[in-house]
Design a protein around this ligand. Sequence first.
Ligand SMILES: NC(=O)c1ccc[n+]([C@@H]2O[C@H](COP(=O)([O-])OP(=O)(O)OC[C@H]3O[C@@H](n4cnc5c(N)ncnc54)[C@H](O)[C@@H]3O)[C@@H](O)[C@H]2O)c1
Length: 500
Amino acid sequence: MVASGARTAAVVGGGVIGGGWAARVALMGWKVRIHDTDKDAPSRIEAVMARARAAMPGLWDVALPEEGEVSFHDDLTEAVTGAEWIQESVPERLDLKREIYAEIQAACTEGAIIGSSTSGFRPSELAEGAARPGQIIVAHPFDPVYLLPLVEVVTGPGTGDARIERIRTTLRDIGSHPLFLRREIDAHVADRLLEAVWREALWLVSDGVAETAEIDDAIRYGFGLRWAQMGLFESYRIANGEAGMRQALSQSGVALKGPWSKLTDVPEMTEELVETIAGQSDAQSGRRPVEELAQIRDANLVAVLRGLKARDWGAGRLLNATDRRIGGAPQGLDAMSLTAPLPTGARAVPLDWSDHNGHMTEHRYLQAFGDATDRFLALVGCDAEYIACGQSFFTAETHVRHLAEVRAGGQITIDTQLLLAEGRRARIFHRMWESSRLVATAEHMLVHVDLQSRRAAAPPSDLQERLGRVAKAHAHLPAPEGAGAAVGRPIAHKGAEEAK
Ligand SMILES: NC(=O)c1ccc[n+]([C@@H]2O[C@H](COP(=O)([O-])OP(=O)(O)OC[C@H]3O[C@@H](n4cnc5c(N)ncnc54)[C@H](O)[C@@H]3O)[C@@H](O)[C@H]2O)c1
């Protein structure tokens, strides 16, 4: 676990972005204190938290720390006192932000980091006239903050190396990717890029070249997919083949001077253009409420991020690194008690594991149980290194029982009992729990295999010894209910009526 519940953050301004920060930090186990002048802020944030609970924890294949407490404070001083990170997310008005920093700095410790979510202001502008300018930095996130890892960080000369290091590790602790800008600039990096695309899109509508839905299609069916995984420069490098980047630049340099780029002009926002764009957008997306669109966006983002995770690439690589950090070093068999089934899994159900019935779909049970089998085998010594040397276990038979529903975001744990270890065969029984509720079981017959001949072969003596040790200890445990059951045979278990 990375963060104990003892770490405390404060969020000042709990709108779209402040709510997203609160969700990310609370789901990473921090206490979060929120100050917002609007009395409706708590209900808005609860809606964001509910969306985040379904989507965010399932990004990782290990359990996150227990969710931290979220509290609301009418008094700003009360909210920020003692917080180690204070994230200002009030509307984009310089005077308002400066007023808030004065109040925050009168209450917070000198060691606290004050991050601003500002999309446009530079830290030197924000910190002008502040009591301790080096304490105020830009920490610019992206909506939804609880899913998108990027945080652009802009520091100033007074920030100091120690604070920079703390900013880096703290953002890493909450699963974010801090991108430190080399120097301050209006609107940072990402929004500069987005503004350029946005301006060109407005021109295309204004000139009647394309409608809003067509522009969105041009992005999401094409280069947007490329951008999500490799960005701009790496994608262009490939597109140009072995001719390389120098060649690409010599060609695009000429093209960029062509008449088809209007990037520096902005179309006049006439009433007519506003009506055109708003009307096209209503026709494109108006049949769905924004909350529904946000849920669709979250589910799509989870699918993309988990896809990249399986590829260990880009943002997916960050998720894998966070898995390793949160999961910590795996506990060895010698350090574990063998008087109970072995803990072999703890995770949240990812959003993309849900089916049309609104609960975890069949093959994902098998995936979770398969991961638990891998974990069990690694514990007894059949780990990646062992397999690379030419031997492994294959699964010969499986029986999964679905006893109760689990939904996206649900926290599941798995334990494993070894029922038999005899020669080449091992029979294991997994139980999946959501809290104290048994939701599924899986029984597997595993066969030890020589990977060269692809035939069953006896395990080496050290592996046999470890399996034997677990089998001997587990022989004292009661036989699990449902072990050895055939498909369709009724089992006297109260969860059976709830079975899928
Ligand atoms: N919306 C985005 O996509 C996005 C993305 C990145 C960064 N940002 C930046 O984040 C900041 C917040 O933007 P947002 O979109 O969340 O705005 P928002 O309007 O949704 O939220 C602002 C919140 O601040 C509260 N507030 C107003 N005055 C306050 C005060 N004096 N004290 C405490 N709370 C106060 C409001 O009640 C509201 O809940 C802005 O600086 C914006 O540039 C926005």
